[in-house]
Design a protein around this ligand. Structure first.
Ligand code: XUL
Length: 526
């Protein structure tokens, strides 16, 4: 019997899952979440984000992520009830795009961590920059423009890296750091993603970046899975020397360092390269072949599917990322996800059951009333000047706003995913809000597709554990097919299927056109 650990260092918290694999038997034996804002208040974050005067800026604290990792490893060792000696490998998932800037001392410190002292007490000197820009940042429009010019235009950059320049992508963020703090950039020895940073803490040395998360940087040649010199040159000087190695998703970054084995009693388990939350979710929802999609309703809402070839979005709205299987995935990302739903819920004075009841009590189509839910700058479509727009709808009409925000989110997802060319028959729903069947009914009706709920709601974390298992087998010389790895873990909950209602599907077919027209009008694209 073997145990594999998967961690998910997300925007708002850190989750751990342990899976047990025993011949044909397989099950999740432990799951726990720590919330950054509640459990680590001394960092002063709100929903995991540091306070900032500029609404376009979003940063977080890498020290907080490290402290959460330390606490979670302790909990796993002391409270999970699992037999630690059976832990064979650990991998993880990180919020994508966020970057961590380490100085020259980092390598030495990580390689000689003292198991007698808490991790954070030893890390304070390793950063060339104390905060980390994260995926919610939209402050790099000018850097995006410069990089795009440098690489030869939007199409050239999208074809090279899988995406046009996006404000939250790591390349534009690195360029901004170089432009605004050249001394800090010069002090930077290594730039990690959230994923590779946390993996480095576990391995006690620089962990690689893998193509799933590497493709969220505007720096990787998506077809060759190598750093793209043209993109690096357009971003910042001397960048190649500051980036970790790019290695396959199943690369072994090392073994758990003595800090973890001596402090908490873990075995020297393999540390497998961490990936981004969306690539990990692809595995955790079992999307290992073409033709199905998943929608993750979390801090960000994302819609993604498996892809054989890196076919970029001709409208340049969506992304092509590497998939942890060695293939590709298509993805669109919405910033106004769970926090937008929460704002509307709070304004209507409701709890989640009340929010659900309201969805049941209001009519599909909302009598034609529409909201563009851009509380924050939006990624899809690109909106850098945020503001909620309402049509036929007052801000104080709580119930109608509840329906409007969910319908808007689903219609935007349906409209902006047509480039993926998938005839959607079934959607796998994951992420926190996928527990809410009334939200999923709107999803089913807008897409005209069945929606299945999955047994393990945190598919990113589960996907990380499954990746740990797959890579550990590979390191032992056994190439276990992905079908076998995901089987039994990613099945829909029996009887959970939510089916579209034909009459509602018709209503949304029309409303989607009106929604697209309103969007185009506001963005000046009509
Ligand atoms: C994907 C994206 C978000 C983050 C947050 O491109 O920006 O989904 O990964 O989890």
């Amino acid at each position: 019997m073997s145990i594999y650990l998967g961690f998910d260092s997300s925007t708002q918290g850190l989750t751990a899952i342990a899976i047990e694999v025993d011949g044909g038997g397989r099950r999740v034996v432990f799951q726990r979440t720590l919330n950054f804002e509640e459990n680590f208040p001394r960092y002063g974050t709100t929903n995991g984000v540091l306070p900032k005067a500029d609404p376009l800026v979003a940063t977080s604290s890498p020290l907080m992520w490290a402290e959460a990792l330390d606490r979670m490893m302790e909990i796993t060792a002391t409270e999970s009830g699992i037999d630690l000696s059976r832990v064979r490998a650990i991998s993880g998932s990180g919020q994508q795009h966020g970057s961590v800037y380490l100085n020259e001392s980092a390598a030495g410190v990580l390689g000689a961590l003292d198991p007698g002292r808490p991790l954070v007490d030893q890390l304070s000197g390793i950063f060339a920059r104390p905060d980390s820009p994260i995926w919610m940042d939209s402050s790099t429009a000018s850097q995006c423009a410069a990089i795009t010019r440098g690489v030869g235009g939007t199409r050239a950059l999208a074809e090279l890296t899988g995406s046009r320049a996006f404000e939250r992508f790591t390349g534009p963020q690195i360029r901004k750091f170089f432009e605004t703090d050249p001394a800090g950039y010069a002090r930077t020895a290594h730039i990690h993603l959230v994923s590779s940073f946390v993996a480095s803490l576990l391995a006690g040395k620089d962990a690689p970046i893998e193509p799933g998360d590497g493709s969220g940087m505007n720096l990787m040649d998506i077809a060759a899975r190598r750093w793209a010199p043209r993109a690096l040159d357009a971003t910042a000087p001397g960048l190649a020397a500051k980036l970790p190695a790019l290695e396959p998703s199943w690369a072994v970054a090392g073994r758990l360092s003595p800090y973890w084995t001596k402090r908490y009693g873990f075995p020297a388990a393999r540390v497998i390269a961490w990936s981004g939350d969306n690539p990990c979710s692809l595995i955790g929802t079992g999307l290992i072949s073409q033709g199905r999609i998943a929608i993750s309703l979390g801090t960000s809402d994302t819609l993604f599917g498996f892809m054989r070839e890196p076919n970029v979005d001709p409208s340049f709205t969506g992304h092509v990322f590497g998939a942890p299987t060695g293939d590709y995935m298509s993805l669109i990302c919405f910033k106004n996800g769970s926090l937008a739903r929460e704002r509307i819920r709070d304004a209507a004075g409701l709890d989640w059951p009340g929010f659900s009841r309201t969805l049941r009590d209001t009519p599909p189509g909302n009598h034609g009333r529409i909201m563009l839910p851009w509380f924050d700058a939006e990624i899809t479509p690109e909106v850098l000047d945020p503001g909620v727009r309402r049509y036929g709808l007052g801000p104080d009409d709580g119930p109608a706003n509840v329906r409007a925000v969910v319908e808007a989110q689903m219609m935007a997802m349906a409209n902006h995913s047509t480039w993926m060319g998938v005839t959607v028959e079934t959607i796998y729903a994951t992420g926190g809000a996928s527990k809410n069947r009334d939200i999923l009914q709107v999803m089913a009706d807008v897409f005209g597709a069945h929606v299945d709920q999955l047994e393990v709601g945190n598919s990113a974390c589960l996907g990380a554990a499954l990746r740990a298992w797959h890579a550990d087998e590979l390191a032992e010389g056994r190439n276990v097919p992905w079908e076998e790895i995901v089987a039994g873990f990613v099945e829909p909950i029996a009887g959970s299927r939510i089916s579209p209602v034909a009459e509602h599907v018709r209503i949304y077919r029309d409303l989607r056109r009106t929604y697209a027209a309103r969007e185009a009008e506001v963005l000046g694209r009509h």
